[in-house]
Design a protein around this ligand. Structure first.
Ligand SMILES: NC(=O)c1ccc[n+]([C@@H]2O[C@H](COP(=O)([O-])OP(=O)(O)OC[C@H]3O[C@@H](n4cnc5c(N)ncnc54)[C@H](O)[C@@H]3O)[C@@H](O)[C@H]2O)c1
Length: 345
């Protein structure tokens, strides 16, 4: 059994992955600054004897290096995520997503650790697909804040693959498409948690733009399954993999489906992008993954449907209806000094 460092392990995907690694018998060290994550996401495993939690930042290169020395492999999920966060805090987001990843890659190389790096379908920008791993990137102007996320993740990928080619770093890049399910926060621009909470609360469902934009949503449990399969596969080293489903829906159809499945009476209203994200915001019409490469290597196919996802998210929202919180509430993690040796025991 191995010891994994999971950066961003108190986040949405990270907490599900941490649970799955523990269930497989591994030891997990979570490094998270709790900026968008929450210890509550790890509640089910908080007292687990093979879980260690370190509150700190991937921007702290000494901390990253100390932890890296104690593990066998690292899954790097920590990032500034969500269109709203990227648009409202572009500088902090870009720095986290480039410099933080640089530290993780350099440290993984120094210690000879296997690395799984989370990238994103935002890499493809406005390319309407179907998107294979070699599809073109089609981006707007650098002045449009949302493309900075795509660019930061592209820098991460380039850095990781250059370390593989020139220095032999065992690294796999996963381009995650829209991933949803329980514990995803509605606070940073994620559409399903927001629409579901609006429906459950009896509020109008706000669809951005004309609602004709098409997306595919994967259940987080299927995504975690893909990550575990790739971690177990040495042939995944040095490669990029799309992870996502091909079940497409327009956002207007999605909102109607949420209303129906939640048994809600809420109306659906269209809100222009400018009102939500300011002038000049750009979105893409369609985002459809081709996951042939992942399926051929690992046999992975998604097992949960969009209705499964909606039912799970509606059930969670019905049990604990929480208001959408304002952005950027938690202070910087460096305010809480961490002594890794002590926390690691
Ligand atoms: N959810 C999706 O649909 C999706 C799609 C594409 C890519 N991804 C990628 O998956 C990863 C996880 O995303 P998520 O959806 O779970 O989001 P999330 O916000 O729930 O998780 C990110 C975690 O990273 C932590 N974090 C942020 N900055 C940090 C820092 N400087 N140091 C340490 N921890 C820090 C946050 O507190 C949070 O727990 C990200 O890399 C993201 O780019 C997610």
């Amino acid at each position: 059994m191995d010891t994994y460092l999971v950066t961003g392990g108190a986040g949405f995907i990270g907490s599900h992955l941490t649970e799955a690694l523990l269930a497989q018998g591994h030891t997990v060290v979570v490094l998270d600054d709790l900026s968008t994550g929450d210890k509550a996401n790890l509640a089910a495993v908080w007292a687990h004897p093979r879980l260690r939690f370190v509150r700190g930042s991937v921007l702290d290169d000494r901390l990253v290096d100390e932890l890296m020395g104690r593990v066998d492999a690292v899954v790097h999920l920590a990032a500034a995520v969500g269109v709203r966060l990227i648009v409202e805090q572009p500088l902090k987001s870009f720095t986290t997503n480039v410099r933080g990843t640089e530290h993780v890659i350099a440290s993984a190389h120094r210690h000879g650790r296997r690395l799984l790096l989370a990238s994103t379908s935002e890499i493809y920008g406005k390319n309407t697909g179907p998107l294979t791993e070699t599809s073109d990137r089609v981006l707007g102007a650098t002045s449009v804040a949302r493309w900075s996320y795509s660019t930061a993740k592209a820098v991460d990928e380039i850095l990781a693959l250059a370390h593989h080619r020139e220095l032999g770093l065992p690294v796999t890049v996963v381009r995650l498409f829209n991933t949803v399910g329980p514990r995803q926060s509605p606070a940073y621009g994620m559409v399903i948690p927001r629409l579901v909470r609006q429906a459950v609360a009896g509020e109008p469902l706000t669809v951005h733009g004309d609602g004709k934009q098409r997306r595919c949503f994967a259940h987080v449990a299927d995504v975690v399954d893909a990550l575990l399969r790739l971690l177990a596969h040495p042939a995944a080293n040095g490669q990029i993999f799309n992870v996502g489903t091909a079940e497409e829906t327009s956002i207007a159809e999605l909102a109607a489906r949420v209303v129906a499945r939640a048994g809600s009476r809420s109306p659906v209203v269209l809100v222009p992008y400018d009102q939500v994200y300011g002038t000049g915001f750009e979105d893409m019409e369609r985002r459809l993954p081709d996951t042939t490469r992942l399926r051929e290597l690992t046999g992975w196919v998604p097992r949960r449907s969009l209705d499964d996802i909606l039912d799970a998210t509606i059930a969670e929202a019905s049990h604990a209806l929480r208001p959408v919180e304002p952005l950027g509430v938690p202070g910087p993690a460096t305010e809480v000094p961490t002594t890794p040796s002590r926390l690691l025991g």
